[in-house]
Design a protein around this ligand. Structure first.
Ligand SMILES: [Fe+2]
Ligand SMILES: [Fe+2]
Length: 256
């Protein structure tokens, strides 16, 4: 009974969250800059969680200022994987926020970890899937060409899957999201899908897998590639979200 009450409480809290894209290869507002990389802010029940930091601290700082996000207000930083285009802005955040909690895959290099600690950061290393805050989950560190974690938000509209580069495979990440939150539909998959080198047939196969897994909305950006963006836009039609810096996704955008 106690568990059930806690579950309901965390479920209710999820109505408040919203995701804002801070850095991306694409943009949706003229006053923002683009860079190769990805970063988004998750606003969840009064907490600010930054997922990745893009490749460039200057672009990150400009875009955050223009979006009205104070770097000192970040409560938690999640880094998906140790690639420059996801870690590049980290020093801008650390400099403004010396007691930052950072969630990184356990496999991050010892040098990277000690650099973070030098700024006073508290490192939390992830191995397996777990709930980080009520309604916010990590898939845990997934094997692949590069080890990577994705973030999952459990919402009233369904699960939102947020990926950095999806090196372990975008379909695999969605399948794992379903096993972590089996009672939820997948409302949205957003971020980098890493399909830059895939041909039309392979991408259409992936879109077919998305549809059979019941993914309601798709928002391919960052390293997804132009071909994948176009094919997802064609196949998902109104359920494709043309994500870029400045995009704001709330539950109202994820209607059934
Ligand atoms: Fe990337
Ligand atoms: Fe990457």
């Amino acid at each position: 009974m106690k568990n059930e009450a806690m579950k309901n409480q965390s479920f209710a809290a999820l109505n408040h969250h919203i995701v804002t894209i801070v850095c991306d290869n694409y943009k949706t507002r003229d006053d923002l800059d683009v860079c190769w990389g990805f970063s988004c802010l998750i606003s969840l029940d009064g907490k600010n969680i930054l997922f990745d930091t893009g490749s460039d601290g200057i672009v990150l700082s400009k875009n955050m200022a223009r979006l009205g996000i104070d770097p000192a207000s970040i409560d938690l930083l999640i880094i998906s994987h140790q690639h420059w285009d996801h870690t590049g802005g980290i020093y801008y955040i650390l400099d403004a926020n010396r007691n930052l909690q950072i969630l990184v895959p356990q496999s991050f290099s010892i040098h990277f970890k000690s650099d973070m600690k030098r700024y006073g950061a508290k490192l939390i290393e992830t191995k397996g899937a777990r709930e980080i805050l009520p309604g916010l989950f990590t898939t845990g560190e997934l094997d692949g060409p590069v080890k990577e974690q994705a973030a999952l938000l459990k919402t009233d509209a369904g699960t939102m899957v947020i990926t950095g580069c999806a090196h372990p495979g975008i379909v695999r990440i969605v399948e794992i999201a379903q096993t972590i939150l089996p009672e939820n539909d997948i409302a949205l998959v957003m971020g980098g899908f890493h399909l830059l080198n895939d041909g039309e047939e392979e991408i259409l196969g992936i879109i077919g897998r998305f549809q059979s897994l019941g993914v309601r909305y798709a928002a391919a950006s960052h390293c997804s590639g132009e071909r994948a963006r176009k094919l997802f836009a064609r196949e998902y039609a109104k359920r494709f979200i043309p994500l870029g810096a400045g995009s704001i996704i709330g539950l109202e955008n994820l209607k059934k």
